[in-house]
Ligand binder design. Structure first.
Ligand SMILES: Nc1ncnc2c1ncn2[C@@H]1O[C@H](COP(=O)(O)OP(=O)(O)OP(=O)(O)O)[C@@H](O)[C@H]1O
Ligand SMILES: [Mg+2]
Length: 269
């Protein structure tokens, strides 16, 4: 009799525990769903901020090109005409001063156009990644003396505009780091697509660095450039790996699974 009663109590207890476990599981499920929803909302929000930033860069780039750029073009033309007149008048001193002013104006025009393109290269929107990366490699190479080679397996294939912008910005940031920190002779940009996975590698033959110290610095909130690259990649479900050893160069790698619904189409271009 007592044994029967103990058995019943154990069963009641077991049922109560089971109910509690079920309730906890349901709670956890709800919490998980809410975290997933929040994460999705956060990504959407962060992507919107990113779109606004890119749009602002586009506007500034246009303003520089069409505003200051056009004024400097007009000024250069004007100076050229005055210089031609001065040559006719045989005033050598004035001729030299005008030639200097013309050279300065042309230099400023060149810098303004380059700055405008670095802010947002129209090539990226018009012709896509291969053309824009080629231009970036050439421009940074000419400016710094670094030999920058591009190897792309994309064959000028177009990707979703957001992905093209992401890859361009990460390459730009990685090359800026090479120029600022690596003391490298050459750098290589490699772009490869394996099915739906896109891989970008920016590699240099420079001085490298201690990645352990870097990881500590990153945890302490430093390394804004690397952090920014990681954050942007994560917005698209991608990943950044930074590998480096003192004296043995560095590699920044972006691995990104392309969203099949966002492949290749025209996307309002
Ligand atoms: N290609 C590289 N070669 C050598 N060291 C590098 C390279 N890339 C990054 N580093 C090291 O990693 C550190 C962090 O880079 P990160 O881009 O995060 O910051 P930063 O370039 O110093 O500043 P910023 O926030 O302006 O980008 C650099 O200070 C440098 O020491
Ligand atoms: Mg940096």
């Amino acid at each position: 009799m007592q044994q029967q009663q103990a058995g019943d109590e154990a069963e009641v207890f077991r049922q109560a525990v089971l109910r509690q476990v079920e309730a906890l599981t349901a709670d956890n499920q709800r919490l998980l769903q809410s975290v997933v929803r929040s994460e999705r909302r956060f990504r959407t929000l962060a992507k919107s901020v990113w779109h606004v930033q890119e749009e602002e860069r586009r506007r500034l780039a246009r303003e520089l090109h069409d505003g200051i750029g056009q004024t400097l073009t007009a000024l250069a033309n004007q100076l050229q005409r005055i210089l031609d007149d001065a040559r006719g008048a045989g005033n050598l001193g004035l001729e030299h001063r005008l030639a200097d002013a013309l050279e300065l104006t042309r230099g400023s025009l060149h810098d303004t156009r380059e700055l405008s393109r670095l802010l947002r290269p129209t090539l990226l929107d018009d012709l896509g990644l291969d053309a824009a990366l080629n231009w970036l490699a050439r421009t940074l190479g000419e400016r710094t003396g670094l030999t920058i080679e591009l190897r792309s397996g994309l064959d000028e294939q177009r990707l979703h505009p957001d992905v093209e912008t992401l890859v361009f910005r990460i390459t730009q940031e990685a090359l800026t780091n090479v120029i600022r920190h690596a003391k490298a002779r050459s750098a290589q940009i490699e772009l490869e697509r394996r099915g739906d996975v896109l891989i970008l590698r920016v590699e240099d033959d420079g001085c490298g660095c201690d990645t352990q110290a870097l990881a500590d610095a990153e945890r302490a909130g430093a390394c804004g450039g690397l952090r920014g690259m990681r954050d942007r990649a994560e917005l698209f479900g991608g990943r950044i790996d930074f590998r480096s050893r003192p004296g043995q160069g560095s590699v920044v790698q972006l691995t990104l699974t392309l969203d099949p619904s966002e492949r290749n189409d025209d996307h309002g271009r």
